[in-house]
Every structure is written in C-alpha cells, then in structure tokens.
Ligand binder design. Sequence first.
Ligand code: M6R
Length: 608
Amino acid sequence: MCGIVGYVGARNVPSVLLGSLWRLEYRGYDSSGIAVISNSELIVRKVPGKLSELEELIKRKPVSGELGIGHTRWATHGVPQENNTHPLLDCNEEVALVVNGIIENYLTLKDELEAKGHIFRSLTDSEVIVHLIEQNISKGLTEAVRLTVKKLTGNFAFAAIRIGENKEIVCARHDAPLICCYNAEEAAVASDTSGVVSIFDEVIDIPNDSIVILGRGTCSILNFQGRETKTTPRKVMIEVKDIDKGHFPTFMLKEIYEQPKVLHNIVKERTSDSQIQLGAELSLSEAELKKISRILIQACGTSWHAGLIGKYIIEKFARIHTEVDISSEFRYRDAVLDNDTLVMAISQSGETADTIAGLREAKVKFLKVLSVVNVLQSSIHRESDGIIEIMAGPEIGVASTKAYTAEIVNLYFLALYLGRLRGFVSKTQLKEHFAALMEMPDQVEQILRLDNDIKDIAKEFCNSRDFLFLGRGLNYATALEGALKLKEISYINATGYAAGEMKHGPIALIDDKMPVVCVNPRSSVYDKMLNNIQEVVARKGIPISIVTKGDQRTRGASKYAISIPACHECISPILSVIPLQLLAHHIAALKGLDVDRPRNLAKSVTVE
Ligand code: M6R
C-alpha cells in the first residue's frame, strides 16, 4: 500500500509532488507528506489525515526546492499521526525517505541501530531504512542505499534525498512496484504510472532488485550488486482523463457507469474474426491447455468472487475440475498440485501481496500460471507465464466495480475457449454465446437506467444496521459481492450467504428489521431460491429481490424488486451485480461517507 513519488526538474516541485500524490491517493490516504531540498535546507511538510490537509498546509506554509519526494500512507506499523507520517528523517535531519512496503526484520535492525545510538521518532517499520542509510552516508547516498538494501527483509520500494547531494533522488525496489521516467530536463519516480501521467509519456518499469539514481534529465539503474542494468521505456497508455472523475461525484459511480463501454470493448476484442481471441499474451499453447486436468484459481476480495463464477463456468463449458482459493489461504495450505494443474491468479491491481505469493507458490512447484490481470506490467503480469488482460481501464475507486464484471466476462471467454479445445462447446453453441455476450453491454445500460429507483430503495434502508445477501449457484458469488460492496463503503454489517445454507444458521438473524437482498434471476436454481425467499418472508424479513423482467412470482414475494433483462444464466452474475453496486454506492453517499476512500482500506493491498 502507500504511494511514493519523487521529482527533480525545473517545474514547481511541491505542486508536481502534490499532483502525483493526488493520483496515487487510492493506494492509501491516512496521512501524507513531502520533503524538498532547497539550497542546503531540507524542508518537510507532513500531516495525518486526507491529502487535502497536506495541500492546505503547503498553502499556509509554502515551500520550494530543486527536488523532492512525497508519500501518501496506509498505516501498517504505527497509527496515522505526524511522527509516523513519511517522509522520515535520519538523526541528523540530512536524509529524507519515503517508503512503500513492509520491512519484516525491522525489530532486529531497530535494536541494533538503537544500540549504536540512533534515535527513532516513529513506530513505523520503515524508519530503520533511513537510519541504515545514515550509517553509511559518508560513502554517498547511492552507496549507502546499496549497503542498506542488503540488510532488509520484506518487500519495499523507497526514494531518498539528501542535503548536499541536491541534484539526485536515489530509489530502490524489491518486490514492490516502482516506475521512473526522465527526459532531457527532468526525472520522476512513482509507485505507478498514474503518478507521472500528466508530465511524461514514456515510463521505465524498474526491474526488481534495482537502485535508481535520478537527476535532471538523467537516470541510471543499477542492480543490487552495483552493475548497470539496461531497460527499455514503454509508452504510457493512460491519459489524465482516464483517471479523472469527470462530472461524476465519485470514481465509484463513474466506474459503475463505464461498464457498458468496458464490456462492449472486451466482447468486441475477444470475438474478432468470429473466433475467441484471448490476446497475444496468453502464451500457453493449445497443447499445454489441452493437457490440463485441473485448474486452481486463487485471488482476493472481489477478484475471488469473480473466481467463484469462473469455477462454475469453466466446469460447465470445459468440464475441467476447478477449485477456487482465497490467496491468503492457498499460500499456506500446501495444496496438492500435480503437473497437469493450471494455477490461475485473478487481480485487478496485479500487486496484491497474497495473490503474488500464491503465484510464487505455484512457480516453486514448476507449475504454469495464467493470470487475469488489469494493470499491465504489474508484478502479477510480469511473474505469470501467460496473462489475459482484463481491459477494464484504470479503476480508482477502492470498491471494485468495472474490474469485477470485466473479470467475469474474460473468464467466460476462457471457459468457452477451453470448452472448444476439449470438444464440449460446438460451433453453434459458441455462436449463441457470442450473441448473448454481444447483447450484454446494452442490457447493463438498461439496468443503469433504474438508478433513481435504486436510490429510492437506498433511502429506505440507509439507516439499517445489518443486511443479508442471498444467492444460489452462480449468483451465490453475486450475494457475496453485493455484501462486500455494501460493507466496505457504508460500514453496514452485511453478510453474503448461499441461500440454501441460510437455514443452517443465519436465518436466526432475520426479523422484521432485516433487509434481505435476494438475487433470483431466471436460472436452474430459480425455484429453490424462491423457496428461500418465502422462508425470509415467513420470518418477517424484508426481501429486496433482483428478478428477471416479467417475473411476477419473485416480485410478488418481495417488498422491493429490481428487474434485469432476460439473459443466459451464465451472464446473470454480470447483470445482477449492477443494482447491488448502485445500492451500495447510494447508501454510502446518503450516509455522507467518503465512497472512494473508505476507512482503513486502500486500492491495492500490497501487504500480507
Ligand atoms: O487488485 P486485486 O483484484 O488483487 O484486489 C483484491 C482485493 O483487494 C479487492 O478486490 C478488494 O476486495 C476490493 N476493495 C473490493 O471492492
């Protein structure tokens, strides 16, 4: 988590740093700060709270300088308060440091450094880095950084500046993302491309285990042994407008509304020439894919929910036994994995620590890893044998919406592709699926037109203390996802459950105050789900149902019903989740909460 930035050049350094931090704020937002060097002075401005408070502080106490670094934090060690806020300084206040990551051996290092007389001001694990740099600073900042990284265990990316070396920012990365860029007059570093998008149109993905020295128009990249590394810049594919809210009040709402376009583009791309096109980076041959006897999908949060849907459709279309694991469970459970198992990772950010660890677990066992990933050149992209690009475009809101539906549709195409390869999907069936998928973006658009009705339901229930979400089959995952969306942004206790399992416990929660969201589009489990709704009604619960247009039976049994267009059962999770995304958004907004920056969360969970 945490976003780090650095800039050296002729522009106004604090405003470049702030601009970059705004675009990286999604990585963490409980405190922020900058440090700049002006002549031989190191000036720090930092503040707990939102980035807007740092901006205010800089307005009140302006700074200027030749180069600087900045940080937006998601606390791991030490509560969000000023002493724990980065930039962190060494004892002599000569070196300033910003860090993203976790230093696992910090307690041992801290003991050693304190024994040598270093004074720690924060409770962060990161502070050991700046004192280790200080230990060797007489050798110069670059060499001090090189000697420091050798002592660290964990994952980290950091940037440091030093009085007296006023022309350079020295950075390092090990298992945490970092990019840099430069032109003839300036250079910058950031946790990801969005941090530099307004200034540079090419970036360098800093190789793992590298040290980077940035100056005005210069950039040298060394490996941890100190040898120069060659890199090739890549074009920045996103524009400022892609990471701008536009006329929407929140990124989440903008991203919900982007879904018809995103889904349309994916369907168009994946069906060109009337064949399934999984993209150039699939990198697994037909022979390799035919050999698979089992798939193990591992992912976290919303991506795990997409994985649950993936299991149903891969098993249905391709008849391959598929398991889905939460990455943090998979990585430690010593799963039975044989040579014919394909391990899959699903991740919007491509930087989720547990998912990366799961992927590495598979690689250690020499298994192929195919990842479904949105952020290109992310760690998961780089470490996988093949990828299917999610193609959702940048997702900024912490609550994942468009990436989720885009993940499902990509898994749908993978399932069809494997089904064709193995002879379980005929040409005619493929045509029918294509037709259904092509119709789907327009169906999503139709559901978005119900936004005002959904807002009315949100008004009715925004003060509820608890919610229950029920679904069966493919839409069990929709229930889980609806509950996750609601709880993460509205802080309402929401439980997602398999409806058939309700009578084994959660039914005890139902009373006349409990809204129960029942996902029941037409499907093979429709009648079973309708029985579960009746069970809710019999306990005086308040069913809010997602139904197929024209379905009077579920509507009749429910207090409220939101209609989705009739669709293929396997498309129903994409359509059913749209009202739940809107419901969660509106409830959180009505409660006056910060929808895009829910408390305690961050967009990319780069810690275990
Ligand atoms: O970037 P990833 O898809 O790997 O992220 C996984 C989860 O952290 C993420 O889906 C999280 O649960 C979201 N906040 C859900 O909205």
